[in-house]
Design a protein around this ligand. Structure first.
Ligand code: PRP
Ligand code: URA
Length: 209
């Protein structure tokens, strides 16, 4: 069974509370998503392997550390996952970016695929799938399946807010994928929206409603 890590850092929790508020506008919402993602990535990359490297400072030779092991990649689920990309590429500039386009049918709540483009060497990378919301888990699960079909096997999922139903779905379908979240909320409502959640992440991020 995969692990679920909830980041209860005070800065993350404070910023997330502002994001949840109805009166928080698009500009602030976007900035906060970027800031929280950066804090989450800092924590979620804590176990990346490092190796010794000999360097020369202006003072002397010494041994420093550098990242070793697999190179990183990020795969935002469109649209809302796009709001998390800049934070990762700022911290890990060498990360390659893939995109998966999925939208949830408003009636059935089933995800529909409309785009998939991954880095050419995706299968040799450690991939972070990005999406602010994990509701039923259908979108994340399908996205991970699409990525696995292209030969990738080192995958982590990063969400801002998850519902227990979404976590259970991803753990059942992909027991090898660890899930990192800023909050584990109470439940889903009749329209499969997260309660208390923050509403529609894509619309709030892009100002489309
Ligand atoms: C939202 C969200 C996730 C999905 C979560 O996207 O960003 O991708 O719903 O729901 P699920 O866990 O029940 O699948 P949406 O389909 O609204 O598309 P958008 O980002 O383009 O608005
Ligand atoms: N998608 C969202 O943007 N929010 C939810 O609460 C559920 C799905």
């Amino acid at each position: 069974m995969s692990k679920v890590v909830v980041f209860d850092h005070p800065l993350i929790q404070h910023k997330l509370t502002i994001m949840r508020m109805t009166q928080t506008g698009t500009k602030e919402f976007r900035e906060l998503l970027n800031e929280i993602t950066m804090l989450m990535v800092y924590e979620a990359t804590r176990d990346l392997p490092v190796e010794d490297v000999e360097i020369e400072t202006p003072m002397c030779k010494c041994v420093g550390k550098q990242l070793s092991g697999k190179k990183l990649g990020v795969v935002p689920i469109l649209r809302a996952g796009l709001g998390m990309v800049d934070a990762v590429t700022k911290l890990v500039p060498a990360a390659r970016v893939g995109h998966i386009g999925l939208y949830r049918d408003p009636d059935t709540h089933e995800p529909h695929e409309y785009y998939c483009k991954l880095p050419a060497d995706a299968e040799s990378r450690e991939l972070f799938v990005l999406d602010p919301m994990l509701a039923t888990g259908g979108s994340a699960s399908d996205a991970i399946t699409m990525i696995k079909r292209r030969g990738c096997s080192h995958i982590r999922l990063l969400n801002l807010i998850a519902a227990p139903e979404g976590v259970a779905r991803v753990q059942k379908d992909h027991p090898d994928v660890d899930i990192y979240v800023a909050a584990l909320d109470e439940c889903l409502n009749d329209h499969a929206y997260i309660i208390p959640g923050l509403g529609d992440a894509g619309d709030r991020l892009f100002g489309t409603k």
